[in-house]
Ligand binder design. Structure first.
Ligand code: NAD
Ligand code: USQ
Length: 387
């Protein structure tokens, strides 16, 4: 199949593009390098050095014999999106290309508006381009488990059978997201469902949990193929941060008591889930939702697991939670769709955590410890408007 990977220079988009290429698909990548800009803006960098996109593409051509075409531009530029679809003629589009940090979206009004504009407008441009150029294209879009929040009932895969006043209907599962970023994904999901229902498009929305890990079989083939590994309080995700903190002897920064529970997934499974979704497309008119997680853990459990395996003694520091979130709650998620297509998960293992310790040790000198402490307070996003 011809697969266009949007956000193909990012943490997940790059290894997924290589995984799809390795599986025999004709892959192209698109990116506007916004993620590299956020590093400059925040004064941080990936723990593992990453090469410019062209160097990565040359390296992949050397090791695999396959040269992936690249398209550099912004999804918010509708003409660029249309021209890319006309030129590459994809069968499937994998959409990773959004601003994906919850804390970044909660810095202030400017960052909240940027996040929603970038994510919602980019996805809308894409939906219009697909409808106009080839409605048969299958859109595989990265959503997030955080769209649901932490409701006091089981989380179904996207849809809920509702009985109200004696009548029944199948509705989109109600959403209770926890940041302006997570809200942008809710808006995307509604726009996608609308486009499938009204225009007959086909889309798969992958509500993914927190990703951990840094290496895939493809990125391990050459150091120039490495993907990013973020540890800072804005872009670093919880398990990756705890691994790096433990290697540096920094206390593990558990927000609050750590009772908040999140769905998790290994980066290798992310790439495999995308392959499965691409190779088993949704029907025309279908808005299909999968919950892309393999297990769930509380933040306190993640800290304990990392601390127990750490090469040196570690402390856990229970910081005042900078976010507003349920810290003790019910959590039970249906996630049967992707295993039904053949996913065989890599559950969190001692071996994986130990391999991450090795990566963190190797690049520990690149860490700026000041970037480890959370600086964005959920409750003060709005009050900054008054200052
Ligand atoms: P990332 O920031 O590393 O990658 C996103 C890429 O998209 C970046 O390279 C960025 O430059 C590009 N991009 C952003 N806006 C763009 C635009 N308007 N036009 C073109 N390119 C643009 O993020 P990631 O961690 O790889 O996440 C990828 C996707 O997966 C995101 O949509 C995110 O919400 C979702 N997701 C990530 C995680 C996680 O733990 N990392 C978990 C669940 C869902
Ligand atoms: N947390 C800590 N200490 C830390 C960092 C985080 O206790 O040092 C806690 C947070 O309070 C939160 C949980 O860990 O309860 C997860 O935080 P995170 O920063 O790892 O993940 P999150 O902000 O939810 O966002 C990440 C990705 C995002 C994706 C989401 C999946 O950045 O793109 O959508 O995971 S989900 O959480 O399922 O919505």
């Amino acid at each position: 199949m011809r697969v266009l990977v949007l956000g193909g220079d990012g943490y997940l988009g790059w290894p997924t593009a290589l995984h799809l290429s390795d599986a025999g698909h004709e892959v192209a990548v698109l990116d506007n390098f916004a993620r590299r800009q956020y590093d400059h803006e925040m004064g941080v960098q990936s723990l593992v050095p990453i090469e410019p996109l062209q160097v990565r593409l040359d390296a992949w051509a050397e090791v695999s014999g396959k040269r992936l075409p690249s398209y550099v531009g912004d999804l918010c530029d509708a003409e660029f999106v249309n021209a890319t679809l006309r030129e590459f003629e994809p069968d499937s589009i994998v959409h990773f290309a959004e601003q994906r940090s919850a804390p970044y979206s909660m810095i202030d009004r400017k960052h909240a508006v940027y996040t929603q504009q970038n994510n919602v407008v980019g996805t809308l441009n894409l939906l219009f381009a697909i409808a106009e150029i080839n409605p048969d294209i299958h859109l595989v879009k990265l959503g997030t488990m955080g769209e649901y929040g932490t409701p006091n009932i089981d989380i179904e895969e996207g849809w809920l059978e509702v009985e109200h006043n004696g009548r029944k209907d199948r509705m989109l599962y109600p959403k209770k997201p926890g940041s302006f970023y997570h809200l942008s994904k809710v808006h995307d999901s509604h726009n996608m469902e609308f486009s499938c229902r009204i225009w007959g498009l086909r889309a798969t929305d992958l509500n993914q949990g927190v990703v951990y890990g840094q290496e895939t079989p493809q990125t391990a083939r050459d150091p120039r193929l490495a993907t990013r590994f973020d540890y800072d309080a804005i872009f670093g995700t919880v398990l990756n941060r705890f691994v790096i903190q433990s290697v540096l002897g920094h206390p593990l920064t558990v927000y609050g008591a750590g009772g908040q529970t999140r769905g998790m997934i290994d980066i290798r499974d992310t790439a495999e889930c995308i392959r499965l979704a691409v190779e088993n497309p949704a029907e025309r008119g279908e808005f299909r939702v999968f919950n892309q997680i393999t297990e769930w853990m509380s933040v306190a459990e993640i800290a304990k697991t990392v601390a127990n395996l750490s090469p040196r003694p570690v402390e856990v520091e229970n910081l005042t939670n900078p976010r507003v979130e349920e810290v003790s709650h019910y959590y039970n998620v249906v996630h049967t769709g992707l295993p039904a297509l053949g996913l065989e998960p890599h559950l969190l293992s001692d071996t994986l955590i130990q391999s991450l310790f090795g990566i963190a040790e190797e690049y520990a000198s690149r860490v700026d410890l000041a970037a480890m402490r959370p600086t964005v307070q959920w409750r003060s996003t709005a009050s900054k408007m008054r200052s």
